[in-house]
Design a binder for this molecule. Structure first.
Ligand SMILES: *Cc1c(COP(=O)(O)O)cnc(C)c1O
Length: 401
């Protein structure tokens, strides 16, 4: 079948929950993807901030193949070595003390919410505790994660969601303070908002919230599903800010394509929240997914991925700033590390579609923002290649020079 026929079949069979771009992807090599007709694309999406190490990484692929030949799944009633090793490595990378492996980011956030509620329940025996989340946030599509997602468009049709969630404005400490009550058990936020439009937290904002949480025994939950795993030039974004959460969630790049997420917590929270029987998952922490995470964390260390991000990210930022200066329709560049956004004064879907025609894969974050979340192994030459395609596809009647 050719690409058009596959797409027609997909549109008959798959539930139409995405307006997909009209290509069928087939294989990847480094920072390039190929569609089933052999066309090559430079990938600045990385499966939405997932494929940090690039495609067809031999050592990663071999680790998976080896594990497939041993055992893929055992259930959580028994121990398995990949989970034990992945736990050791992720503790080291994250600075947290205890980990629960999940299958996705949304599930990791569900677990974080449960842990926070249980912590508060054990303190006072009541169950009507509140969580403060941020406007413009994104935490996933399941009912709990959706309840703390500050975007009416995602939530509206599915209400009632879990209750007792209050929303405050990101980077506005007073608006957070205004939502605190006797019943507040947790404050939850992304250190860098991703889907919401690439907004990094202000350091001062996070520090003040940490102080508030310490003072009132409120748990601070960081959703690092997108901004974690090296994207900011730190393994986890909290390390960049020097503000440590009590509970942290991660996913996306953790498995580099194999579905795995995790919620992690400090020993103090672990000792006073979820106990045997309180939470579970059939697949979460299975040997195949954990072999992927274990190898990813190993390759981050061996490949000096963080150092590489710190070297290439300022160059990406500089080239995006130059674009912004030249095109009046670009109103802002935002973001940090290899998590950047260009804000346009109009929808960007056409620009993204034209870029795809020219062999460049980009994604948006909201209608007017192009998001840049490439594999972390991109080089400055790849950045130049991306910029030269963008220059061809941004309408240039208004270009300044
Ligand atoms: C993608 C994302 C999620 C949801 O992760 P899934 O694996 O799609 O469930 C949650 N939080 C943030 C910040 C994300 O970017």
């Amino acid at each position: 079948m050719d690409m058009k026929e596959y797409i027609e079949q997909a549109e008959r069979d798959l539930l139409h929950t995405y307006n997909r771009y009209q290509i069928v992807l087939d294989r990847g090599e480094g920072v390039y993807l190929y569609d089933i007709e052999g066309k090559k694309y430079l990938d600045f999406c990385a499966g939405i901030a997932v494929f940090a190490l690039g495609y067809h990484n031999e050592e990663y692929n071999n680790a998976l193949k080896d594990q497939i030949d041993k055992v893929i799944h055992t259930s959580n009633y028994y121990y398995n070595v990949p989970a034990i090793e992945a736990a050791r490595r992720i503790k080291k990378a994250s600075g947290m003390d205890r980990v629960f492996f999940t299958n996705s980011g949304a599930e990791a956030n569900e677990g974080a919410i449960k842990a926070a509620r249980k912590y508060a329940f054990l303190k006072d025996g009541t169950t009507d505790h509140e969580i403060i989340a941020m406007n413009n946030s994104f935490h996933g599509r399941t009912m709990g994660a959706l309840a703390v997602t500050g975007n009416a468009h995602y939530r509206e049709a599915f209400e009632p969601l879990i209750g007792n969630i209050r929303f405050a404005d990101f980077n506005d400490y007073d608006s957070v303070l205004a939502q605190v009550t006797e019943k507040t058990c947790a404050i939850m936020l992304e250190p860098v908002q991703g889907e919401g439009g690439l907004y990094p937290a202000a350091e001062d904002f996070l520090k003040k919230i940490r102080g508030l949480c310490d003072e009132r025994d409120i748990l601070l939950i960081f959703d690092e599903v997108q901004c974690g795993m090296g994207r900011t030039g730190y393994m986890y974004a909290w390390q960049k800010y020097g503000v440590k959460p009590d509970i942290m969630t991660t996913a996306k790049a953790l498995g580099c394509g194999v579905p795995i997420g995790a919620f992690l917590m400090t020993e103090r929270v672990a000792q006073h929240s979820l106990e045997a029987g309180d939470h579970g998952t059939t697949y979460g922490g299975n040997p195949l997914a954990c072999a992927a995470a274990e190898k990813v964390l190993d390759l981050f260390e061996k490949g000096h991925i963080i150092e590489h991000v710190r070297e290439v990210a300022p160059y990406l930022e500089q080239r995006l700033e130059e674009l912004k200066d030249r095109y009046p329709e670009i109103t802002e560049r935002r973001g940090t590390g290899l998590m950047q956004g260009l804000v346009f004064d109009r929808p960007v879907r056409d620009i993204i579609a034209s870029a795809m025609d020219k062999g460049l894969i980009l994604i948006n974050a909201g209608a007017n923002i192009i998001r840049f979340v490439p594999p972390l192994i991109i080089t400055k030459e790849n950045v130049d290649e991306m910029i030269s395609v963008l220059e061809q596809v941004i309408p240039d009647e208004n270009r300044k020079f």
